[in-house]
Design a protein. Structure first.
Length: 186
């Protein structure tokens, strides 16, 4: 599907949160095609694309594929739209990012907490704001590699180890606190 077909799709089937989806897509395409050293031949848009996830089917609001003559340079871009619910859109984007090379969230111009900004930076999510007749890229998505697999494995191992050592750590902390109280009494 091209941009014109996508525009018709949004008119007929779009949700309110996708009201400015065409403008959002133009910003993403402009950034990735015009400000990139890779020359893409074409692009394809897949609204409401369904991935077969690990144990479930996952729907992405929009999948963009940038085509290149050399298959290894082709890129997949995911976009999740929400009006104002940052918590939900970030959760969705984080879940879906492992299926694409770049992941974006598109919301109205909302205030973010530092925690939300940190989450977006940590996971390399791009952010585009939209209002009626307007869309602007606040920051672009970072290229996602398979490094997330190693991060997930390391985080899982650390969680397991901390869970195993939780009682020992608690006892050590209790000893330190008691020692501090002893020192203060003197």
């Amino acid at each position: 599907m091209n941009l014109e077909e996508y525009s018709k799709f949004i008119e007929e089937h779009g949700y309110y949160e996708e009201k400015e989806a065409v403008r959002v897509v133009r910003k993403i395409l402009d950034y990735h095609i015009n400000y990139n050293y890779t020359e893409y031949d074409s692009y394809e848009l897949y609204p409401r694309f369904i991935f077969s996830g690990d144990r479930e089917k996952i729907e992405m609001d929009l999948l963009i594929i940038l085509r290149h003559p050399k298959k290894r340079y082709e890129r997949k871009i995911g976009v999740e739209f929400k009006e104002t619910d940052m918590r939900k859109v970030l959760s969705q984007a984080i879940t879906r990012r492992k299926y694409v090379d770049y992941m974006y969230v598109a919301t109205k111009n909302v205030f973010l907490t530092y925690k939300e900004i940190l989450i977006m930076c940590f996971f390399g999510l791009g952010w585009i704001i939209w209002e009626e007749g307007f869309a602007k890229m606040i920051f672009p998505a970072r290229y996602t590699t398979t490094d997330y697999i190693f991060e997930d494995i390391i985080n899982s191992i650390l969680r397991m180890k901390l869970e195993e050592k939780k009682e020992e750590i608690k006892e050590e902390i209790d000893k330190i606190v008691k020692l501090d109280e002893f020192i203060k009494e003197e």
